[in-house]
Structure formats: structure tokens, C-alpha cells
Design a protein around this ligand. Structure first.
Ligand code: NAD
Length: 290
């Protein structure tokens, strides 16, 4: 398949490389010369503009920073440049409203389009083990799945356009909440005189168990190896968690919903980020209880 790939950063670089490894003809574009050179070394063909990369393709995949950029790239460089009928797949994490607007514009011009944000970080992008949550028509989903299966371990249809983004931000809001809860419980257990390993041994097989505890424990030396064991480097940056929480709060407002604990999680991550912790893994929020 001929596939244009736009946005070859931390995530997109590994994803595009996996498509090339699977034997696809990957036509890459990024504003960054360094990202483009790295993609070329991993088997992608570099192009000097998104519209040139889109010529004659069967599919377009994008992995970009935000909704404004996604809208501009699709409006100016993809719709009308890629052949009509090519499947358009945006994997960026963006707001639900923009995802729906861009999908509607694409559909009007004759392109099936899906929003397909991911769960999993840079390591999963490199390893091809991402989970994709896909919003769009059945036709869009079926066609996108043929492309996405080379970059992930699971591709799930979440419903109509925008529902992939809705699933992503609800999932990440829950993740932020249970990470803060896990951090708070460990901090309190220690202040009450419990050894953190002992608390882990009890809680990980009791009703307080959750992913943030058993797969991503914020306490160094407890549970599996996580960013906590590496000085909170790598993993999922606090700034990206905050981005997703902001998107979640915006979406909640448009849906007329008041997520009380989600709003508290956003406020806590905002304070943590503003104190210069944006580049640290989001589990480092436990250090606020030191
Ligand atoms: P990144 O900043 O490393 O990569 C974004 C790339 O897009 C950069 O290389 C940049 O040069 C390029 N770009 C920006 N504007 C462009 C344009 N107009 N045309 C072409 N290229 C352009 O970011 P990332 O970490 O790869 O994240 C990408 C998306 O994935 C974001 O929406 C992010 O929220 C989401 N995401 C990231 C992670 C993670 O752990 N990093 C996890 C899940 C989801």
C-alpha cells in the first residue's frame, strides 16, 4: 500500500518505521529536517511537503501535536491532494469537536476518515504494540484497520467520528485520577508506618488494586520496573497528561457534564507542571507528598 505519513516525532517516527517494515511504501513528511532524516534511515521516503507526500496514496496517517495543526494540515494539504477515496487516519490526540469537523469536511470531499488516537507511549510506538481507539464509519474503520494493525496490538471501533478521541480522553482522565489516588494511598500508608512493599503486597491483591499500582507503580523499587525506578524519566510526560486533562475538561463542558474528580486531577497536574515538572513522568506526582 502507498501511505503518506505526516508528523514523524517521538510517536510518529516509530509508527511510520513499522509501516515501512511491514512492506508498505511510506511517503513521509515533517516540518523538522531531523525527524525526516531519521524516518528515511528507517525505510521511509522523505517529501518536502505534505501535499506532495499525499499524491497517489491509498491512505494518509498523521501524528501531530494538536487540533489546530491537524485541521490546517488536512484542510490545506490532504483534502483535495490525496486521491478521492483514500482513507484518512488521524492518530493525534486532539479535541473531539475538531476531530468531528475535520472528518465531516473529509467525508464531504469523498474520503472516509477516522480519528484513531492511541494508548501506549514512545516504547509502544517503536515496538508496534499501541492500542488504537477508532471513531468513524464501519467502512472507514475496516479500511483503517488494515493500516493500523501493523502499528498496534489492538484496534477497537469506538463508534462514529470523534468517539476515538472521546474514549482516549475519558481513559486518560481515569488514569490521572487513579495515579493520584495510588500516590496518595502509598504516601499515607508510609506516614502511618507501613512499609511500601508490604502495602503493595496487600493492596495489589485487595480491592484497591489498579493499573497505576500493579503496572506503573509510582514508588521506586516496588512492583514492576517503571519510570519511578529511573528517576521518573521516560514514560508519559506530565505535560502530555495535562494536555489530555485539558481536552477532557473542554469536552465535558460541551457535553454539559461536571467531572469533579477529573477537574481536581487537572488542577493538581497544573500545579505540578507549573513547578517545572512538565518533562517528568506523570507518576512523579507522588513526590508532591514528600
Ligand atoms: P512530537 O512533538 O514529538 O511530534 C510531533 C511532530 O509533528 C514533530 O516532529 C513536528 O515537527 C511535527 N509537526 C508539527 N507541525 C507539523 C506540520 N504542520 N506538518 C508536519 N509535521 C508537523 O509529539 P509526539 O510525542 O510524537 O506526539 C504526537 C501526538 O501523539 C500528540 O497529539 C500527543 O498528544 C500524542 N500522544 C503522545 C504520546 C507520547 O507518549 N509521546 C502518547 C500518546 C499520544
Amino acid at each position: 500500500m502507498k501511505i503518506a505519513f505526516i508528523g514523524l516525532g517521538n510517536m510518529g517516527g516509530g509508527m511510520a518505521a513499522n509501516l515501512a517494515k511491514a512492506g508498505h511504501d511510506v511517503r513521509a513528511f515533517d516540518l523538522s529536517e531531523a525527524a525526516l532524516t531519521a524516518a528515511e534511515a528507517k525505510g521511509c521516503a522523505p517529501f518536502t511537503s505534505a501535499s506532495e507526500a499525499c499524491a497517489g496514496v491509498d491512505a494518509v496517517v498523521s501524528m501531530l501535536p494538536n487540533g489546530g495543526i491537524v485541521k490546517a494540515v488536512y484542510t490545506n494539504d490532504v483534502i483535495g491532494q490525496a486521491p478521492a477515496g483514500a482513507v484518512l487516519i488521524d492518530c493525534s490526540t486532539i479535541d473531539v469537536a475538531t476531530a468531528r469537523d475535520v472528518s465531516a469536511a473529509a467525508a464531504e470531499a469523498g474520503y472516509p476518515m477516522v480519528d484513531a488516537p492511541v494508548s501506549g507511549g514512545i516504547a509502544a510506538a517503536d515496538a508496534g504494540t499501541l492500542t488504537f481507539m477508532v471513531g468513524g464509519t464501519q467502512e472507514g474503520f475496516t479500511r483503517a484497520e488494515e493500516v493500523l494493525k501493523h502499528m498496534g496490538k489492538a484496534v477497537i471501533h469506538a463508534g462514529d467520528a470523534g468517539n476515538g478521541q472521546a474514549a482516549k480522553i475519558c481513559n486518560n482522565m481515569l488514569l490521572a485520577i487513579h495515579m493520584i489516588g495510588t500516590a496518595e494511598a502509598f504516601a499515607m500508608a508510609q506516614k502511618l508506618g507501613l512499609d511500601p512493599q508490604t502495602f503493595y503486597d496487600i493492596s495489589s491483591v485487595s480491592s484497591g488494586q489498579c493499573w497505576s499500582m500493579t503496572s506503573y507503580c509510582p514508588v521506586p523499587g516496588v512492583g514492576p520496573t517503571t519510570p519511578a525506578d529511573n528517576g521518573y524519566q521516560g514514560g508519559f510526560a506530565t505535560a502530555l497528561m495535562l494536555k489530555d486533562l485539558k481536552l477532557a475538561m473542554e469536552a465535558a463542558e460541551t457535553a454539559g457534564m461536571e467531572p469533579r474528580i477529573g477537574a481536581t486531577a487537572k488542577a493538581l497536574y497544573e500545579t505540578f507542571d507549573a513547578a517545572g515538572n512538565g518533562g517528568r513522568d506523570f507518576s512523579a506526582i507522588i513526590t508532591e507528598y514528600d
